[in-house]
Write a protein that binds this ligand. Structure first.
Ligand SMILES: [Fe+2]
Length: 255
């Protein structure tokens, strides 16, 4: 079933440089990510193979399409951990977060936040629509920041409707928003434009984190191929990211 990953070929674990993945969709059946425990195990095995050693999982919270509930997600996360352990999958699952779409529902919930966060319980991963701009999204982000949460904006390079040179991005950085680009944007998986935008953000020193955004086996294979990609290798060699710093060693639990 998973033969196309070609495990017989050797892979260089170049992502050891990051060690921690903080953006992926490995809770099965709750969004457009993994469809089964088996698929999650296979993707996570690949992530280990390419060098990741720890991971947070971040399912979509996007209403009404992925109307997930924090308590239910926490329960499913524990089930996945048990399954991976039973299958001997080597990966430290260090926490469950979410990837929150900034939509009407999110804007309402900001008043009484009980979000799933990554890292030392204050890093909130948010995303925008990939297709159209939500007016005033910066204000919603600001409101979240006022609740003492650090905001991480997922894949800014993929919001093609905002010009890469727009002052909007600069303002978000001034506002203290952390940027997380996708590793696979750097290898060209999402097209040339996303690749060049991601590189521009990195060269400006605006990108604190890289995430895999792994959804399924196609992404896992692309991640494997990315270990041979010149741009990805160059970025990992010449730039520092704070993925490792997200993990609080004191509360770190082994799978
Ligand atoms: Fe995602």
């Amino acid at each position: 079933m998973f033969d196309f990953l070609k495990r017989n070929t050797k892979v260089e674990p170049i992502f050891e440089a990051l060690e921690v993945d903080m953006h992926n969709h490995m809770i099965p059946g709750v969004d457009d990510g993994s469809e089964s425990m088996e698929m999650s195990a296979e993707c996570i095995r690949t992530m280990w193979e390419v060098g990741y050693r720890k991971m947070y999982i971040t399912p979509h919270f996007c209403f009404p399409k992925y109307a997930n509930d924090e308590e239910d997600i926490k329960r499913r996360y524990e089930e996945l951990k048990s399954y991976l352990k039973s299958q001997g999958v080597e990966m430290d699952l260090v926490g469950i977060g979410g990837e929150y779409r900034i939509d009407d529902s999110f804007a309402k919930r900001v008043k009484e936040p009980h979000f799933l966060t990554v890292g030392s319980d204050k890093y909130l991963l948010v995303e925008l629509s990939l297709h159209s701009q939500r007016m005033g999204f910066e204000n919603t982000i600001y409101e979240v920041q006022m609740q003492d949460q650090q905001v991480i904006l997922a894949h800014p390079e993929r919001y093609l409707y905002i010009d890469v040179n727009s002052s909007k991005f600069e303002k978000l950085k001034d506002q203290g928003v952390l940027f997380q680009c996708n590793v696979l944007s750097l290898s060209g998986f999402y097209g040339k434009e996303a690749q060049s935008r991601a590189m521009k953000f990195i060269e400006r020193g605006w990108v604190e984190l890289l995430g895999t955004d792994t959804h399924n086996l196609v992404y896992a294979k692309a991640l494997r191929d990315a270990t041979q990609n010149r741009t990805v290798r160059k970025v990992l060699e010449h730039h520092e990211f704070m993925n490792k710093e997200l993990v609080d060693k004191k509360i770190h639990r082994k799978l």
